[in-house]
Design a protein around this ligand. Structure first.
Ligand code: P53
Length: 476
């Protein structure tokens, strides 16, 4: 076997809240992304109590894709995209999240957007919930700590499947559902699940409860999709940062194994339709009493995903410590720097081999088709006086990752569906809210303060990626 399979889904990935802007257009409601200010590396984004005057909310305008999508998709077509991964902003369809009937203007926007893609033979790949749930569900229901959200999400999912079933085949339910394993920080619980914690609240069981409701909602959505149209393919979406042991000391290995358990059990539930025993034992040891019903267990078993979508940016490393004999993993405490790899300006460890390892890890565990739906290099780009951007470092990063991806396919035999590098057009960073953390092949003239013309231009990597796609990954 050599090369990527015919019909390999080369493309690019974005999320609605990070590029659309138009935050109040077409009847859209306020999302969790709309109440987050801009931060920076080491400066967390502030989550404000609603939209407050005088604050900088970078997602409100983003890169104005809402009004410019036709020109942008034309550029994607020029790149040769076979697919384009975006999300549907839940708040365009159900502005508050708890309405009975959807907002037609929002539905029409995505009809037009998907038609524009299909006009060029670009297949839309759609995430239903990508860090942009209705803010109303946070203030009125406490986010995903409330079981009622299952019905709201499933209603939204069904509306989307019914409406777009003939335009969109590939779907994902919850973006990077496992980010919230990092529950001591405020970012992931809020963006994944709309969770705001009380000062002394025991965060961990709340996270498990919210994740459980999401997994049930995801499974019910999968089931609904099959009833609506059996040709739809529904995947999960996992943030894969494989956790390596710092050394080959057996205790370091056990620490890494437990870290993998705590970060990736979400995949077990999505794929196998039940909880792994190690996690049930952990709940028992910690005395977590979660609301998991027999009906939930039945739903999970009936809603297993068709494929595994995942993001890959970096690997992690960990080590055992004397004060942690059970090897419990706490993402804010347990990670150490890997001395064998370089880091980006934002401290993300650059590890192309880790992508091959991750593909094999998923394949060995689950034997489901895999789809790399995010990968990329967030960097500071400098626009020269002639407007060009020489982003050779981005080409180097992506080429190195594609080489490893190829080995996983050709040498190791994993079943890989496609590859959509993140932020194919510059957009607002999720983690920091910055514009200057750029990923694109297409430069967007806008800075961290929101200034700029929003003009689009091609970076050096644009021509490079065009060749990669045209040669089905041979020309790197
Ligand atoms: P930014 C953390 C770790 C790995 C991926 O991230 C992550 C995060 C959250 O920041 O998020 C994904 O913009 C996410 C995208 C996001 C992208 O990675 O912080 O699915 O929404 O933009 C890159 O550099």
């Amino acid at each position: 076997m050599s090369g990527f399979k015919a019909g390999f889904l080369w493309g690019g990935a974005v999320a609605a809240h990070q590029l659309e802007g138009g935050w109040q257009e077409g009847g859209k409601g306020v999302s969790v992304a709309d109440v987050m200010t801009a931060g920076a590396h080491g400066v967390p984004r502030e989550i404000t109590a609603g939209v407050l005057p005088g604050k900088n909310y970078p997602n409100h305008e983003a890169i104005d894709f809402y009004h410019r999508y036709k020109d942008d998709i034309k550029l994607f077509a020029e790149l040769g995209f076979k697919c384009f991964r975006t999300s549907i902003a839940w708040t365009r369809i159900f502005p508050n999240g708890d309405e009975q009937t959807p907002n037609e203007a929002g539905l029409q926007f995505y009809d037009d957007l998907f038609d524009e893609c299909l006009k060029y033979g670009i297949e839309p790949v759609v995430t239903l919930s990508h860090f942009e749930m209705p803010y109303h569900l946070v203030t009125e229901y406490g986010g995903w700590r409330n079981r009622k959200l299952i019905d709201f999400f499933v209603r939204f999912a069904k509306v989307a499947f019914e409406r777009y079933q003939h335009k969109v085949k590939y779907w994902m339910t919850f973006n990077e559902i496992n980010n919230q394993a990092n529950f001591h920080e405020d970012f992931a619980p809020f963006t994944n699940s709309g969770l705001k914690y009380q000062p002394n609240e025991d965060r961990e069981p709340v996270m498990y409860q919210a994740a459980h409701y999401e997994l049930v909602a995801s499974a019910l959505a999968v089931k609904a999709a099959r009833e609506i149209n059996p040709s739809l393919q529904i995947g999960c979406m996992i943030a894969m940062c494989p956790v390596y042991p710092l050394t080959c000391a057996p205790d370091d290995m056990m620490m890494a194994m437990n870290a993998m358990h705590r970060r990736y059990w979400f995949t077990d539930v999505h794929v196998r339709g039940k909880y792994p025993q190690h996690l049930l034992n952990y709940f028992a040891r910690r005395g977590f009493e979660l609301d998991i019903t027999d009906a939930d267990r039945a739903a999970l078993a009936q809603g297993c995903v068709d494929y595994i979508g995942f993001s890959y940016y970096m690997s992690f490393a960990t080590k055992a410590t004397a004060d942690n004999p059970r090897f419990d993993y706490d993402e804010t405490q347990s990670l150490v720097s890997n001395p064998y790899v370089q880091k980006s300006d934002w401290g993300w460890q650059i590890d192309p081999v880790g992508l091959r390892y991750s593909l094999n890890w998923f394949w060995d565990h689950y034997q489901l088709p895999l789809f790399i739906v995010e990968n990329g290099f967030g960097a500071i780009d400098v626009q020269e006086s002639d407007g060009s951007v020489n982003d050779q470092y981005r080409i180097d990063y992506l080429a190195a990752h594609i080489r490893e991806m190829k080995k996983a396919v050709e040498e190791d035999g994993v079943d890989l569906m496609g590859y959509t590098p993140w932020g194919c057009i510059d957009l607002v960073s999720a983690g920091t809210g910055e514009m200057k953390k750029r990923y694109g092949f297409i430069y967007v003239d806008k800075d961290n303060d929101g200034k700029g013309t929003l003009a689009r231009s091609k970076k050096k990597s644009f021509g490079w990626y065009q060749q990669v796609i045209a040669s089905n990954g041979e020309n790197l």
